[in-house]
Design a protein around this ligand. Structure first.
Ligand code: ZN
Length: 108
């Protein structure tokens, strides 16, 4: 290759090496979010076959007014309708055991 020529043997211009730069993995301006307090809301699932309708827990990340009556994914993976008039943990006997465990609620 003559001096000063940037073409390689295959005719392509020599590209700079694709070495990753040294920078942090976090995006600039990314805010730290504290998950110390998680708010749960009670949500009622529909009866499905032999399974009765149960009260489940839904993690609330938005304003309560936005999720009231909405169909949300519960902690155990069921779709259930949020009912803010029902407290969580629910005093009802028809409470999902998986949601109770995942929400960290100790049974009374
Ligand atoms: Zn559940």
């Amino acid at each position: 290759m003559p001096p000063g020529c940037r073409l390689t043997r295959t005719g392509e211009a020599a590209a700079p090496r694709l070495a990753p730069g040294r920078r942090a993995a976090d995006l600039p301006g990314m805010a730290l979010t504290t998950f110390a307090t998680t708010t749960f809301a009670a949500a009622r699932s529909r009866a499905h076959g032999p399974t009765a309708a149960l009260w489940h827990a839904v993690e609330v990340h938005r304003l309560p007014a936005e999720v009231d009556g909405a169909c949300e994914l519960t902690l155990c993976g069921t779709l259930a309708r949020v009912a803010l008039d029902e407290p969580w943990p629910s005093s009802s006997r028809e409470v999902c055991g998986t949601c109770t465990t995942l929400a960290g609620v100790t049974p009374a």
